[in-house]
Design a protein around this ligand. Structure first.
Ligand SMILES: NC(=O)C1=CN([C@@H]2O[C@H](COP(=O)(O)OP(=O)(O)OC[C@H]3O[C@@H](n4cnc5c(N)ncnc54)[C@H](O)[C@@H]3O)[C@@H](O)[C@H]2O)C=CC1
Ligand SMILES: CC(=O)C(=O)O
Ligand SMILES: [Mg+2]
Length: 700
């Protein structure tokens, strides 16, 4: 261990000017940091990393003083055994920020001290926790000797592995991530061209495993890590990001990652995964998207005990203090990138709505779990209606049993109500089409005061159809005979064979939507849905399942996941530089998505379009979103407005009408609309471009 000492003024005077500068810088920084930590930013600099004094030992100082000329010093020296005087000599670093992390000869990864992070503009570019080289070494050896990840990927006690996630998926995730770290053009090209095959690796379910193991697998830092320790500094930290141009941010606080609960800082994996889809599925430029996490601690006891966890080891901060941190984050990124679009991802329900209401009327943002999921589910219901030969307007007569009253469940329910109202149902009539179950079973007026205002409207009368408050899903389905059974509970296989049988007894073509993620949190499997609904159900799950079969007939497994909406919604909003994301734009996204289906696919029970041409889906969604943004007066980018108006003159604004799935020929025509082509043309396409050397200071 190096013994740290304050530099005496005598030794200062005796050193040469360059050296004095070097040391003075450190001292200035150290005293500034001390001043900050006593001036309203408590805890922003953790103790014990040497910041209290210049990071130089007596021996080191003597060694530097003995150096005849810094100018003539070779940049790289041989550091021999311990304790060698020369070990104390600094390695010269000629960059600041990300290039320091990208230089394997100077990078220390998570072992950078806070003082170094400050000096080299690295704050925000690494997870909050500092580790020692000994800890890093132990991790390397564990992997080297035992193949730790591979072991984890085969661990029968791992919740995802035991539920069927294969080591092969994890191997593929790791391999692709390696390519991403080296060559993003190649990575996105491969992903884009093979999206249908790879979505389950870079996204759900494998991304869930990647989040669970994010700290353990951490190698190359991507994106920005803000933490509650950065209070008072976030705007400066935002300037540590190397690009002046960021179009979109996906941010999570890690509090509810998929259906896996509080994963703290490890939630960064979901921000990265979602933005991979921005690039591959919607043509955002990879250099212009920024994954972020706001680390406010974690209440997950397993993570708090995990030595490899790289987030803050503290309970989550809550209430006003929490909201101030998120406010500061939003203000910081908006200060640096005023036009940026922010996608809120996987915030737990308690804050998801609060934050959305806080920002949605002033900032270009949306909550994917509330709004993206809602738009996706409605599109599936519309397509389901079309598949059984009914018009969209029949939605107002459909009966829904929904398991899950969190941000996702309530977002979907409200949205379906909105669609019912659009088709003529009044407000109360629409609410009566829903039977909501949460962890305590059927919600009735008996416990209306214990749920939030949004949910209260849907509480059933106290003695509803002889069902008591808290009735289970099997009983509710048996008594209600719904048309649709929807799951957004994150609770796993809660729909028993009897529940599905009861559903199928009540309706000829039930819609079965177990939308929870990842796969093992799905309320039922495709196989069980096929078997117990006797092949009559239309199935759509949040994470992908293989197609099922019944009586020799293939039953498609659709994927009802917000991946169908958020890339196109964000792209549309961004291309026309909308000032806000309005409900109208989200409704336009729903309808455009529903209209992507072709009648021949609907006839087979395929109610979401195939993902092999995902860019075409995103372009259609984006075009509809842009039109709506313009009609509502929130689009501001002149070039995009000109394209929208040209399109409106040629095709009008009735893009997707009641029950009209796209038929093949009409679909082809529609695809040739000016706006659709405009959107496609604006997308980033991963190809190798010619490269030109531009010296520093030129073109900046
Ligand atoms: N397919 C998709 O595109 C999306 C799926 N989701 C999934 O939805 C799930 C829920 O997300 P949030 O609403 O944010 O979570 P949440 O934790 O806020 O809500 C879960 C809800 O389910 C209820 N619940 C728990 N156990 C239940 C049971 N046995 N029966 C009925 N209800 C039960 C809870 O009381 C709560 O109301 C997650 O698994 C998530 O992955 C979320 C967003 C998009
Ligand atoms: C898909 C998604 O956003 C979720 O499960 O949270
Ligand atoms: Mg989500």
């Amino acid at each position: 261990m190096i013994r740290l000492a304050r530099v005496s003024s005598a030794s200062f005077k005796s050193s040469r000017p360059a050296l004095v500068d070097l040391l003075r810088n450190r001292i200035v920084l150290a005293s500034r940091a001390r001043a900050l930590s006593t001036a309203g930013a408590p805890g922003s600099i953790p103790e014990g990393d040497g910041i209290d004094g210049p990071l130089i030992s007596d021996k080191g100082l003597q060694a530097i003083e003995a150096t005849s000329s810094l100018k003539n010093e070779p940049r790289w020296r041989y550091h021999r055994g311990v304790p060698d005087l020369r070990q104390e000599l600094p390695t010269y670093v000629r960059d600041l920020g990300k290039p320091v992390l990208a230089d394997p000869l100077v990078n220390k990864g998570t072992a950078f001290l806070w003082s170094e992070r400050e000096r080299f503009h690295l704050r925000g570019l690494l997870p909050a926790r500092m580790v020692t080289m000994e800890e890093q070494t132990a991790k390397v050896l564990e992997e080297y000797r035992e193949g730790a990840w591979d072991k984890a990927a085969r661990d029968p006690n791992d919740e995802m592995v035991s539920a069927g996630l294969t080591p092969d998926n994890i191997r593929k995730w790791e391999y692709l991530t390696g390519i991403q770290g080296q060559n993003e053009t190649l990575y996105y090209r491969v992903l884009m061209d093979n999206f249908a095959e790879m979505a389950s690796v870079v996204y759900t379910p494998t991304v869930g495993w990647a989040c669970l193991n994010f700290s353990r697998m951490f190698r190359v830092a991507r994106g920005m890590y803000f933490s509650s320790r950065d209070k008072g500094h976030m705007v400066s930290i935002a300037y540590n990001w190397p690009s002046h141009e960021v179009d979109a941010i996906v941010v999570t606080d890690g509090s509810r990652i998929l259906g896996l609960g509080d994963l703290g800082m490890n939630g960064m994996g979901i921000s990265i995964g979602k933005l991979d889809l921005y690039v591959a599925a919607a043509g955002f430029h990879p250099a212009r998207v920024l994954p972020c996490v706001i680390d406010v601690g974690t209440n997950n006891p397993k993570l708090r005990k995990d030595k490899s966890y790289l987030g803050l080891n503290q309970p989550r901060i809550e209430g006003d203090e929490y909201l101030q941190v998120v406010d500061e984050f939003v203000a910081a990124v908006k200060a640096r990138w005023p036009n940026v679009l922010i996608q809120f991802e996987d915030f737990r329900t308690e804050y998801a709505y609060k934050l959305l209401e806080r920002y949605r009327y002033d900032h270009l943002c949306f909550n994917d779990d509330i709004q993206g999921t809602a738009a996706t589910a409605l599109a599936g219901i519309y397509a389901g209606l079309a598949a059984i030969g009914k018009p969209y307007s029949d939605i107002r007569h459909m009966r829904f049993v929904v398991c899950g009253a969190g941000s996702a469940g309530m977002g979907v329910i409200q949205w379906l109500c909105k669609a019912m109202e659009k088709h003529g149902a009044d407000h109360d009539e629409a609410a009566r089409n829903f039977w909501i179950l949460d962890a305590d079973g059927l919600l009735t007026e008996a416990r209306v005061s214990s749920v939030d205002k949004l949910t209260q409207r849907f509480a059933r009368p106290a003695a509803d159809g002889e069902m008591a408050d808290g009735a289970g899903v099997e009983e509710v389905v048996t008594k209600v005979r719904p048309d649709v059974l929807l799951g957004l509970s994150g609770a796993g296989r809660i729909w028993s064979p009897k529940t599905i049988e009861a559903l199928a007894e009540g309706t000829e073509r039930p819609l079965i939507f177990p939308m929870s993620n990842p796969s093992h949190k799905s309320e039922c499997s495709a196989e069980d849905a096929a078997k117990y609904a006797k092949g009559r159900g239309i199935f759509a799950s949040g994470s992908p399942f293989e197609d099922a079969a019944f009586d020799g007939k293939v039953l498609p497994s659709n994927q009802s996941n917000n991946l169908y909406v958020f890339p196109g919604l964000a792209l549309g909003a961004k291309l026309c530089q909308a000032t806000l994301v309005t409900d109208g734009m989200i409704m336009a996204a729903s309808e455009a998505l529903a209209a992507c289906n072709r009648p021949e696919d609907l006839a087979k029970g395929r109610i979401y379009p195939g993902l092999s041409d995902v860019r075409s889906i995103s372009a259609r969604v984006a075009a509809a979103v842009m039109k709506q943004a313009h009609l509502e007066g929130v689009a501001t980018r002149k070039e995009a407005i000109a394209a929208i108006e040209k399109d409106l003159r040629a095709f009008g604004d009735d893009t997707e009408q009641d029950g009209d799935a796209r038929d093949s020929e009409e679909g082809e025509d529609d695809m040739k609309t000016f706006l659709y082509k405009y959107v496609l043309n604006e997308m980033y396409f991963p190809v190798y471009t010619p490269l030109a050397y531009v010296p520093r200071g030129v073109l900046e």
